[in-house]
Design a protein around this ligand. Sequence first.
Ligand SMILES: Nc1ncnc2c1ncn2[C@@H]1O[C@H](COP(=O)(O)OP(=O)(O)OP(=O)(O)O)[C@@H](O)[C@H]1O
Length: 254
Amino acid sequence: MSLITVSGLSISHGDHQALSNVDLNIDKGEIVTIVGPNGSGKTTLLRCIIGALRPNAGEVKRAAGLRIGYVPQSLSIDQTLPLRVERFLSLPRRRAPGDIAAALVQAGAAGLADRQMTGLSGGQFQRVLLARALLENPDLLILDEPTTGLDQPGSADLYAQIEQVRRETGAAILMVSHELHVVMSASDRVICLNGHVCCHGTPEIVASAPEYRALFGTGTHGALALYRHEHDHHHDHENCDHDHTHDHEAHTHA
Ligand SMILES: Nc1ncnc2c1ncn2[C@@H]1O[C@H](COP(=O)(O)OP(=O)(O)OP(=O)(O)O)[C@@H](O)[C@H]1O
């Protein structure tokens, strides 16, 4: 059985329909990446999966006893409050120093226990958040744009760390990423979201799907196309939408 099964999930924020009829499942030990333009509902979907938001329709089924570790997109720390990493990792639940040390090692942040949270670099901060999620001994690790604010080498290092975590712990990974080149190489499956599932499958299938190309283009890994997307889909294919009106070179199929 899957760790997570999402079926027919729809949710609105006020009168804004953020997600419509989303189906998704995550199996043991796989890396699944969600891509999609800004505002396409990626964070909303993750928050439904961890149970922080309730869908208006559909459901999220979790395997019995499933342990989830969640790394949020951002976390603000009071800059005026002294808070050591070790203490941060013991909030809100007290943790044994040995567990904290082990989680920091696994997150590639060994030696940071005594540092101040406010003095960490972006990459170190993300690793501490990863360590915090690992303290849950997760079967499923959920990361919302874990490389936000990191430079390219920093991002590559963090993704390598995440893959190592999967190798060492066997945890499944569900993450949101804008770094499509990395997504393509490291994921077992990719889900392309834009208020609904535009297309999904192995990275190769998604990369060659016209709806993916319409969203992300083919040059500069599609990063620029993220900001040019227009919300004009039709659902006329099992896994895909096929009618986008974009001016991008890749969009020659419409
Ligand atoms: N609490 C909220 N109240 C009102 N609207 C919201 C709320 N949270 C999200 N939204 C809206 O729902 C839509 C989806 O937001 P969400 O944060 O899930 O997108 P996203 O794909 O994660 O975006 P980004 O890539 O910018 O992080 C957006 O239009 C957003 O403005």
